[in-house]
Design a protein around this ligand. Sequence first.
Ligand code: SF4
Length: 61
Amino acid sequence: MDSGACVGAGLCVLTAPEVFDQDPEDGIATAIDEDVPPELVPLAREARAVCPVEAIGLTDD
Ligand code: SF4
């Protein structure tokens, strides 16, 4: 997760609320758990695809 690149668009949290959380103050998103459980990986991939600034990286891809 590149929080420095995140512009707080919130699409990742909308797409995968089980994987990402967003700071209510500045909107910056973080991964709830950097080790994404296997069953949530497809959702995490979707979130990566919708992020407008490519702030989301998955190490096993
Ligand atoms: S979709 Fe990207 S820019 Fe938007 S909150 Fe998530 S990580 Fe940040």
